[in-house]
Ligand binder design. Structure first.
Ligand code: NDP
Ligand code: OXD
Length: 313
Protein backbone atom coordinates (compact mmCIF):
# COMPACT_ATOMS: atom_id res chain seq x y z
CA UNK A 1 0.00 0.00 0.00
CA UNK A 2 1.34 3.46 -0.82
CA UNK A 3 -0.07 6.95 -0.84
CA UNK A 4 0.46 9.55 -3.58
CA UNK A 5 3.29 12.01 -3.04
CA UNK A 6 5.57 12.12 -0.03
CA UNK A 7 5.13 12.18 3.73
CA UNK A 8 6.87 14.64 6.04
CA UNK A 9 7.40 13.56 9.62
CA UNK A 10 7.88 15.68 12.74
CA UNK A 11 8.47 13.75 15.94
CA UNK A 12 10.97 13.97 18.82
CA UNK A 13 14.59 13.30 17.72
CA UNK A 14 14.91 10.17 19.84
CA UNK A 15 12.38 8.24 17.75
CA UNK A 16 12.39 10.05 14.40
CA UNK A 17 14.51 7.46 12.57
CA UNK A 18 12.36 4.64 13.94
CA UNK A 19 9.12 6.31 12.73
CA UNK A 20 10.64 7.03 9.35
CA UNK A 21 11.67 3.41 8.88
CA UNK A 22 8.39 1.96 10.16
CA UNK A 23 6.14 4.22 8.07
CA UNK A 24 8.30 3.45 5.02
CA UNK A 25 7.80 -0.28 5.66
CA UNK A 26 4.05 0.13 6.09
CA UNK A 27 3.68 2.39 3.04
CA UNK A 28 6.20 0.95 0.57
CA UNK A 29 6.81 3.23 -2.36
CA UNK A 30 5.94 6.39 -0.42
CA UNK A 31 9.00 8.45 0.55
CA UNK A 32 8.93 9.47 4.23
CA UNK A 33 11.03 12.57 4.90
CA UNK A 34 12.26 13.91 8.20
CA UNK A 35 11.17 17.48 8.95
CA UNK A 36 14.53 19.08 8.29
CA UNK A 37 15.42 16.94 5.27
CA UNK A 38 12.71 17.48 2.65
CA UNK A 39 14.33 17.72 -0.80
CA UNK A 40 11.16 18.88 -2.58
CA UNK A 41 8.54 20.52 -0.33
CA UNK A 42 6.11 20.62 -3.28
CA UNK A 43 6.04 16.81 -3.34
CA UNK A 44 4.71 16.50 0.23
CA UNK A 45 1.05 15.50 0.40
CA UNK A 46 0.81 14.29 4.02
CA UNK A 47 2.30 15.49 7.32
CA UNK A 48 2.57 13.18 10.34
CA UNK A 49 3.33 15.38 13.31
CA UNK A 50 3.77 15.72 17.05
CA UNK A 51 4.34 19.33 18.20
CA UNK A 52 5.66 20.68 14.90
CA UNK A 53 7.09 24.22 14.79
CA UNK A 54 4.28 26.78 14.26
CA UNK A 55 3.97 27.92 10.66
CA UNK A 56 6.15 25.04 9.45
CA UNK A 57 3.37 23.27 7.55
CA UNK A 58 3.02 26.28 5.25
CA UNK A 59 6.19 25.08 3.52
CA UNK A 60 4.23 22.35 1.74
CA UNK A 61 1.96 23.80 -0.98
CA UNK A 62 0.49 20.41 -2.01
CA UNK A 63 -0.34 19.26 1.54
CA UNK A 64 -3.63 17.34 1.57
CA UNK A 65 -3.79 15.90 5.09
CA UNK A 66 -2.23 16.33 8.55
CA UNK A 67 -2.10 13.40 11.00
CA UNK A 68 -1.51 13.86 14.72
CA UNK A 69 0.74 11.28 16.35
CA UNK A 70 -1.67 11.00 19.26
CA UNK A 71 -5.32 11.19 20.19
CA UNK A 72 -5.13 14.86 21.14
CA UNK A 73 -4.80 17.45 18.38
CA UNK A 74 -4.30 20.53 20.54
CA UNK A 75 -0.59 20.45 19.67
CA UNK A 76 -1.50 20.82 15.98
CA UNK A 77 -4.28 23.38 16.42
CA UNK A 78 -1.99 25.47 18.64
CA UNK A 79 -0.26 26.49 15.41
CA UNK A 80 -1.80 29.87 14.50
CA UNK A 81 -0.46 29.56 10.97
CA UNK A 82 -1.83 26.20 9.79
CA UNK A 83 -2.47 25.83 6.06
CA UNK A 84 -6.20 26.55 5.71
CA UNK A 85 -8.68 23.81 4.84
CA UNK A 86 -6.31 20.85 5.20
CA UNK A 87 -8.10 17.94 6.98
CA UNK A 88 -6.68 16.81 10.33
CA UNK A 89 -6.74 13.20 11.56
CA UNK A 90 -5.81 11.74 14.93
CA UNK A 91 -4.99 8.28 16.33
CA UNK A 92 -7.56 6.36 18.29
CA UNK A 93 -8.06 2.66 18.78
CA UNK A 94 -8.74 -0.13 21.22
CA UNK A 95 -5.27 -0.12 22.76
CA UNK A 96 -5.38 3.58 23.52
CA UNK A 97 -8.84 3.29 25.04
CA UNK A 98 -7.98 0.19 27.07
CA UNK A 99 -4.83 1.79 28.49
CA UNK A 100 -6.70 4.91 29.53
CA UNK A 101 -9.46 2.84 31.11
CA UNK A 102 -6.84 0.92 33.12
CA UNK A 103 -5.26 4.18 34.27
CA UNK A 104 -8.55 5.76 35.32
CA UNK A 105 -9.76 2.64 37.12
CA UNK A 106 -6.39 2.35 38.89
CA UNK A 107 -6.41 5.97 40.08
CA UNK A 108 -10.09 6.05 41.02
CA UNK A 109 -9.81 2.83 43.04
CA UNK A 110 -6.69 4.12 44.81
CA UNK A 111 -8.45 7.37 45.71
CA UNK A 112 -11.68 5.60 46.66
CA UNK A 113 -9.85 3.20 49.01
CA UNK A 114 -7.63 6.02 50.35
CA UNK A 115 -4.49 4.21 49.27
CA UNK A 116 -2.26 7.16 50.20
CA UNK A 117 -3.32 6.90 53.87
CA UNK A 118 -2.58 3.18 53.90
CA UNK A 119 0.84 3.84 52.33
CA UNK A 120 1.61 6.50 54.98
CA UNK A 121 0.54 4.13 57.76
CA UNK A 122 2.67 1.36 56.34
CA UNK A 123 5.67 3.73 56.14
CA UNK A 124 5.12 4.52 59.83
CA UNK A 125 4.84 0.77 60.71
CA UNK A 126 1.29 1.46 61.80
CA UNK A 127 -1.49 -1.16 61.46
CA UNK A 128 -4.17 1.40 60.65
CA UNK A 129 -7.47 0.01 59.37
CA UNK A 130 -9.46 2.41 57.20
CA UNK A 131 -13.08 1.74 56.33
CA UNK A 132 -14.23 3.26 53.05
CA UNK A 133 -17.73 3.26 51.56
CA UNK A 134 -18.54 0.68 48.93
CA UNK A 135 -18.37 1.85 45.32
CA UNK A 136 -22.14 2.23 45.14
CA UNK A 137 -21.89 5.07 47.64
CA UNK A 138 -19.10 6.89 45.82
CA UNK A 139 -19.82 9.44 43.12
CA UNK A 140 -17.30 9.65 40.29
CA UNK A 141 -17.55 12.38 37.63
CA UNK A 142 -16.00 11.99 34.20
CA UNK A 143 -15.53 15.20 32.21
CA UNK A 144 -15.59 14.22 28.54
CA UNK A 145 -17.57 11.23 27.32
CA UNK A 146 -15.76 10.58 24.05
CA UNK A 147 -13.70 7.54 23.11
CA UNK A 148 -11.67 7.63 26.32
CA UNK A 149 -14.09 9.17 28.83
CA UNK A 150 -16.98 7.02 27.61
CA UNK A 151 -15.00 3.80 28.04
CA UNK A 152 -13.71 4.81 31.48
CA UNK A 153 -17.24 5.72 32.58
CA UNK A 154 -18.56 2.32 31.48
CA UNK A 155 -15.77 0.48 33.30
CA UNK A 156 -16.36 2.40 36.53
CA UNK A 157 -20.11 1.85 36.27
CA UNK A 158 -19.34 -1.85 35.86
CA UNK A 159 -17.47 -1.74 39.18
CA UNK A 160 -20.57 -0.31 40.82
CA UNK A 161 -19.58 3.35 41.19
CA UNK A 162 -22.23 6.05 40.90
CA UNK A 163 -20.88 7.46 37.67
CA UNK A 164 -21.81 10.86 36.28
CA UNK A 165 -20.49 12.12 32.98
CA UNK A 166 -20.35 15.52 31.35
CA UNK A 167 -20.08 16.26 27.64
CA UNK A 168 -20.85 19.12 25.29
CA UNK A 169 -23.90 17.39 23.79
CA UNK A 170 -26.35 14.88 25.37
CA UNK A 171 -25.02 11.33 25.65
CA UNK A 172 -26.66 8.09 26.63
CA UNK A 173 -24.42 5.54 28.36
CA UNK A 174 -26.01 2.67 30.29
CA UNK A 175 -25.29 2.96 34.02
CA UNK A 176 -23.98 6.52 33.69
CA UNK A 177 -25.93 9.69 34.53
CA UNK A 178 -25.02 11.96 31.64
CA UNK A 179 -25.05 15.75 31.81
CA UNK A 180 -24.47 18.14 28.92
CA UNK A 181 -23.28 21.68 28.46
CA UNK A 182 -22.66 24.60 30.76
CA UNK A 183 -26.23 24.50 32.08
CA UNK A 184 -25.76 21.03 33.58
CA UNK A 185 -22.22 21.49 34.83
CA UNK A 186 -23.21 22.32 38.41
CA UNK A 187 -25.41 19.22 38.78
CA UNK A 188 -22.55 17.13 37.43
CA UNK A 189 -19.95 18.67 39.73
CA UNK A 190 -22.16 18.29 42.80
CA UNK A 191 -22.05 14.49 42.30
CA UNK A 192 -18.30 14.18 41.65
CA UNK A 193 -16.41 13.11 44.79
CA UNK A 194 -13.70 11.95 42.43
CA UNK A 195 -13.41 14.13 39.32
CA UNK A 196 -11.66 12.76 36.24
CA UNK A 197 -10.80 15.08 33.36
CA UNK A 198 -10.79 13.47 29.91
CA UNK A 199 -11.71 16.50 27.85
CA UNK A 200 -9.87 17.62 24.74
CA UNK A 201 -7.96 20.87 25.16
CA UNK A 202 -9.85 23.56 23.24
CA UNK A 203 -10.47 27.27 23.82
CA UNK A 204 -13.67 26.23 25.65
CA UNK A 205 -11.92 23.82 28.05
CA UNK A 206 -8.61 25.60 28.63
CA UNK A 207 -8.28 26.37 32.36
CA UNK A 208 -11.57 24.65 33.21
CA UNK A 209 -10.03 23.01 36.31
CA UNK A 210 -9.82 26.10 38.49
CA UNK A 211 -10.61 27.27 42.01
CA UNK A 212 -14.15 28.26 41.12
CA UNK A 213 -14.89 24.80 39.71
CA UNK A 214 -13.23 23.01 42.67
CA UNK A 215 -15.51 24.99 45.01
CA UNK A 216 -18.54 23.47 43.28
CA UNK A 217 -17.43 19.87 43.95
CA UNK A 218 -18.35 18.03 47.17
CA UNK A 219 -15.90 19.40 49.76
CA UNK A 220 -12.69 17.37 49.91
CA UNK A 221 -13.13 15.81 46.46
CA UNK A 222 -10.20 14.29 44.58
CA UNK A 223 -9.01 15.23 41.10
CA UNK A 224 -7.53 13.09 38.33
CA UNK A 225 -6.30 15.00 35.27
CA UNK A 226 -5.35 12.58 32.51
CA UNK A 227 -6.19 14.92 29.62
CA UNK A 228 -3.95 17.95 29.14
CA UNK A 229 -1.98 20.22 31.44
CA UNK A 230 -3.74 23.23 29.94
CA UNK A 231 -7.02 22.19 31.54
CA UNK A 232 -5.67 23.00 34.99
CA UNK A 233 -4.98 26.48 36.30
CA UNK A 234 -1.83 25.33 38.05
CA UNK A 235 -1.70 28.22 40.51
CA UNK A 236 -5.14 27.17 41.82
CA UNK A 237 -4.31 23.60 42.76
CA UNK A 238 -2.30 24.04 45.95
CA UNK A 239 -4.72 26.71 47.28
CA UNK A 240 -7.62 24.31 46.58
CA UNK A 241 -5.82 21.59 48.56
CA UNK A 242 -4.93 24.05 51.36
CA UNK A 243 -8.56 25.21 51.59
CA UNK A 244 -9.84 21.62 51.76
CA UNK A 245 -11.81 21.96 48.52
CA UNK A 246 -9.73 19.05 47.27
CA UNK A 247 -8.11 16.31 49.36
CA UNK A 248 -5.77 15.05 46.68
CA UNK A 249 -4.83 15.33 43.01
CA UNK A 250 -3.40 12.93 40.49
CA UNK A 251 -1.80 14.59 37.48
CA UNK A 252 -0.67 12.69 34.41
CA UNK A 253 -0.15 15.86 32.40
CA UNK A 254 1.31 19.31 32.96
CA UNK A 255 1.44 22.64 31.14
CA UNK A 256 5.19 22.19 30.69
CA UNK A 257 6.30 18.60 30.11
CA UNK A 258 8.50 17.23 31.55
CA UNK A 259 7.31 18.99 34.71
CA UNK A 260 10.28 21.19 35.72
CA UNK A 261 12.18 19.72 38.67
CA UNK A 262 11.65 22.89 40.72
CA UNK A 263 7.88 22.93 40.15
CA UNK A 264 6.01 23.17 43.49
CA UNK A 265 3.83 20.15 42.61
CA UNK A 266 6.81 17.80 43.08
CA UNK A 267 7.21 18.87 46.69
CA UNK A 268 3.54 18.50 47.65
CA UNK A 269 2.71 15.04 49.04
CA UNK A 270 -0.99 15.57 48.26
CA UNK A 271 -0.23 15.55 44.53
CA UNK A 272 0.58 12.31 42.73
CA UNK A 273 2.39 12.75 39.44
CA UNK A 274 2.72 10.32 36.56
CA UNK A 275 4.77 11.35 33.49
CA UNK A 276 2.09 11.44 30.75
CA UNK A 277 1.82 7.67 30.68
CA UNK A 278 -1.92 7.22 31.16
CA UNK A 279 -2.31 5.97 27.63
CA UNK A 280 0.93 6.04 25.72
CA UNK A 281 0.37 4.26 22.48
CA UNK A 282 3.06 1.77 21.60
CA UNK A 283 4.77 3.16 18.50
CA UNK A 284 4.20 0.11 16.34
CA UNK A 285 0.44 0.23 16.88
CA UNK A 286 0.52 4.00 16.35
CA UNK A 287 2.41 3.67 13.06
CA UNK A 288 -0.02 1.02 11.81
CA UNK A 289 -3.01 3.21 12.66
CA UNK A 290 -1.46 6.21 10.92
CA UNK A 291 -0.62 4.21 7.80
CA UNK A 292 -4.16 2.81 7.69
CA UNK A 293 -5.68 6.28 8.16
CA UNK A 294 -3.53 7.65 5.33
CA UNK A 295 -4.50 4.78 3.09
CA UNK A 296 -8.19 5.35 3.80
CA UNK A 297 -7.86 9.10 3.34
CA UNK A 298 -6.23 8.87 -0.07
CA UNK A 299 -8.65 6.09 -1.12
CA UNK A 300 -11.54 8.37 -0.24
CA UNK A 301 -12.89 5.91 2.36
CA UNK A 302 -14.89 6.81 5.47
CA UNK A 303 -12.74 8.14 8.33
CA UNK A 304 -13.68 7.93 12.00
CA UNK A 305 -10.65 9.88 13.23
CA UNK A 306 -11.33 13.13 11.40
CA UNK A 307 -11.22 16.30 13.50
CA UNK A 308 -13.94 18.91 13.20
CA UNK A 309 -11.97 22.19 13.02
CA UNK A 310 -14.93 24.22 14.28
CA UNK A 311 -15.17 22.16 17.51
CA UNK A 312 -11.40 21.81 17.88
CA UNK A 313 -11.60 18.02 18.60
P1 NDP B 1 -13.05 12.64 22.09
O1 NDP B 1 -12.91 13.71 21.08
O2 NDP B 1 -13.44 11.28 21.64
O3 NDP B 1 -14.12 13.10 23.21
C1 NDP B 1 -14.13 14.36 23.76
C2 NDP B 1 -15.26 14.46 24.77
O4 NDP B 1 -15.18 15.73 25.42
C3 NDP B 1 -16.65 14.40 24.10
O5 NDP B 1 -17.55 13.71 24.93
C4 NDP B 1 -17.03 15.87 24.02
O6 NDP B 1 -18.43 16.12 24.03
C5 NDP B 1 -16.42 16.41 25.30
N1 NDP B 1 -16.22 17.85 25.19
C6 NDP B 1 -15.46 18.53 24.29
N2 NDP B 1 -15.55 19.86 24.51
C7 NDP B 1 -16.38 20.02 25.55
C8 NDP B 1 -16.89 21.15 26.23
N3 NDP B 1 -16.57 22.41 25.88
N4 NDP B 1 -17.73 20.95 27.26
C9 NDP B 1 -18.09 19.70 27.63
N5 NDP B 1 -17.65 18.56 27.02
C10 NDP B 1 -16.81 18.74 25.99
O7 NDP B 1 -11.67 12.61 22.89
P2 NDP B 1 -10.93 11.33 23.53
O8 NDP B 1 -11.85 10.73 24.53
O9 NDP B 1 -10.38 10.47 22.48
O10 NDP B 1 -9.67 12.04 24.25
C11 NDP B 1 -9.79 13.06 25.20
C12 NDP B 1 -8.44 13.69 25.45
O11 NDP B 1 -7.61 12.82 26.21
C13 NDP B 1 -7.58 13.97 24.22
O12 NDP B 1 -8.00 15.15 23.56
C14 NDP B 1 -6.19 14.09 24.80
O13 NDP B 1 -5.91 15.43 25.12
C15 NDP B 1 -6.26 13.27 26.07
N6 NDP B 1 -5.37 12.12 26.02
C16 NDP B 1 -4.47 11.93 27.05
C17 NDP B 1 -3.62 10.84 27.03
C18 NDP B 1 -2.67 10.59 28.15
O14 NDP B 1 -1.88 9.66 28.06
N7 NDP B 1 -2.71 11.34 29.23
C19 NDP B 1 -3.65 9.86 25.94
C20 NDP B 1 -4.64 10.14 24.94
C21 NDP B 1 -5.45 11.24 24.99
P3 NDP B 1 -19.40 15.54 22.88
O15 NDP B 1 -19.52 14.06 23.21
O16 NDP B 1 -20.66 16.26 23.10
O17 NDP B 1 -18.75 15.80 21.57
C1 OXD C 1 -2.28 11.60 23.04
C2 OXD C 1 -1.43 11.59 24.20
O1 OXD C 1 -2.91 12.60 22.76
O2 OXD C 1 -0.53 10.73 24.29
O3 OXD C 1 -2.39 10.55 22.38
O4 OXD C 1 -1.61 12.40 25.10
Amino acid sequence: MSVPGEIVLHVGPARAAWWQRRLSELLPGTPVRLWDAVPDPAAVTAAVVWKHPPGGLRRFPALRVIVSIGAGVDHVLADPDLPPGVPLLRITGEDLTQRMTEYVVWQVLALHRRGWELAAARAAREWRQIVTPVAGRRGVGIMGLGRLGGAAARALAGLGFRVHGWARTPRDIPGVTCHAGAGELDAFLAAAEILVCLLPLTPATEGILNLDLFARLPRGAALVNAARGGHLVEEDLIPALDQGLLCRAVLDVARIEPLPTDHPFWADPRIDITPHVASLIDPDTGARLIAENLRRFFAGEKLSDLIDPARGY
